[in-house]
Design a protein around this ligand. Structure first.
Ligand SMILES: Cc1cc2nc3c(=O)[nH]c(=O)nc-3n(C[C@H](O)[C@H](O)[C@H](O)COP(=O)(O)OP(=O)(O)OC[C@H]3O[C@@H](n4cnc5c(N)ncnc54)[C@H](O)[C@@H]3O)c2cc1C
Length: 379
């Protein structure tokens, strides 16, 4: 067992950290305030090979391992969890193709993402079905030489800028998870109606919308796997994406910790820096322990995938623990800043708003516990 990153991994971390310091941190506050989509930063990150890390070198990808992908995610989220959400959503959308696509589908859908800057969205959630994803109502009907898609999706990240949608629907709602199927839909296909950009508490630079699909037609070869295989594809996708979300939580939490350490050494009350008060320093100690434990779980969830092993249970440990810790750490950071923590002038207020979403998307913290309990009880 080796807890050290390789020299190559350290180099990747340093390169991303430099990019984040120069390109993301300076704009994060303004983009959050005005809800500006980080297209310029997205494109620069793509040029550095930091986007679409799930694409294999065979199809033009940079060839990063899962561990390297979470290292990148942590660093980007250190700069801004919201901007990281936009970046990460591309991988979330392309993962089903990387996992279940045929060679021809990977050539057709993945390769263009490595040749030109393009954006993708993952469309699973619906207005009436979030946690209960097996109950989705969007239909995928056989139209002879094509599929016909009808339904509504909700909370779709990157929707307003996407070139490609990967959508989950059902061939028959009565079949529940056995009817779920996945199709790839180019964004210029007729019948796609985008909803308004949601006005969110946090991750305000990411573009989130509902989408209505009305008699949308795609060729038969746009289905990933066979009809009814979509549920298994979605679950495998989440095994890969949950460590990435956990990494985002680690990045946000580490930033909150660093800002708190700095501030608590500068701010004086009762004649000494507040860090000298044990009540504050113990909060910092708890924050540091949680950051490290979250990171180790995240690395473990990612390295199991690199070793070709099933990681469902550990991915849920990492996602739930890192998300809940990030929320706690961000709240404590605001506490350490006192009244100033409650002001938009200091960075911890935004981190607290951003942290909340990590406990909600890609399976809430309750759903992670449901997955863990199911895995434990079915052993
Ligand atoms: C900003 C943002 C971006 C998003 N991006 C995407 C995206 O790109 N693509 C996409 O498909 N989706 C996306 N989502 C959707 C997200 O994954 C869902 O919001 C999430 O899965 C929760 O679903 P819900 O909102 O319908 O809540 P619900 O499922 O209605 O849950 C409400 C509450 O009930 C609890 N609950 C539900 N069932 C159980 C249970 N069995 N046991 C215990 N508690 C339970 C939940 O934990 C939660 O606290 C995004 C959401 C947001 C807010």
């Amino acid at each position: 067992m080796n807890f050290e990153l390789t020299s190559e991994q350290k180099e990747i971390r340093n390169m991303v950290s430099k990019f984040v310091k120069n390109e993301i941190i300076p704009v994060a506050g303004e983009y959050d305030e005005h809800g500006i989509f980080p297209k310029e930063q997205f494109k620069k990150a793509w040029e550095l090979g930091l986007i679409n890390t799930c694409i294999a070198p065979e199809y033009g990808g940079a060839g990063f391992s899962e561990v390297e992908s979470v290292i990148i995610g942590e660093e980007v989220a250190y700069g801004c969890m919201g901007i990281n959400t936009s970046f990460m959503a591309n991988d979330l959308a392309l993962l089903p193709i990387a996992i279940a696509g045929t060679h021809e589908q990977k050539e057709k859908f993945l390769k263009p993402f490595t040749q030109r800057f393009k954006i993708a969205s993952f469309c699973l959630t619906e207005p009436s079905n979030g946690s209960d994803a097996a109950g989705i109502k969007t239909t995928i009907k056989d139209g002879g030489d094509h599929w016909i898609i009808n339904g509504e999706k909700m909370w779709i990240t990157n929707a307003g800028h996407a070139d490609l949608f990967v959508l989950y629907g059902t061939i028959d709602p009565e079949l529940k998870h056995k009817g779920i199927s996945a199709v790839v839909i180019p964004a210029d296909t007729e019948g796609i109606h985008l909803g308004k950009k949601e006005d969110k508490m946090g991750h305000r630079s990411s573009d989130t919308r509902g989408i209505r699909f009305e008699n949308v037609k795609v060729p038969k070869d746009h289905m990933l796997g066979a009809p009814g295989e979509g549920w298994s594809i979605a679950m495998k996708t989440l095994d890969h994406s949950r460590p990435l979300v956990a990494a985002s939580a680690v990045g946000g939490a580490k930033r909150a910790l660093d800002e708190s350490v700095k501030y608590s050494k500068e701010r004086k009350q009762f004649g000494v820096s507040i860090a000298k008060h044990q009540g504050v320093s113990f909060m910092l100690a708890d924050m540091a322990m949680k950051v490290e434990a979250s990171r180790l779980l995240t690395y473990k969830a990612a390295s199991l995938l690199d070793a070709g092993q099933r990681n469902t249970e550990i991915a849920s440990y990492a996602k739930a623990f890192a998300a809940d810790s990030c929320m706690q750490i961000a709240t404590d950071a605001v506490q350490i800043y006192g009244g100033y923590g409650y002001s938009k002038e200091y960075p911890v207020e935004k981190i607290m708003r951003d942290a909340k979403l990590i406990q909600i998307y890609e399976g809430t913290s309750q759903i992670q516990r449901l997955v863990i309990a199911r895995e434990l009880l079915n052993k």
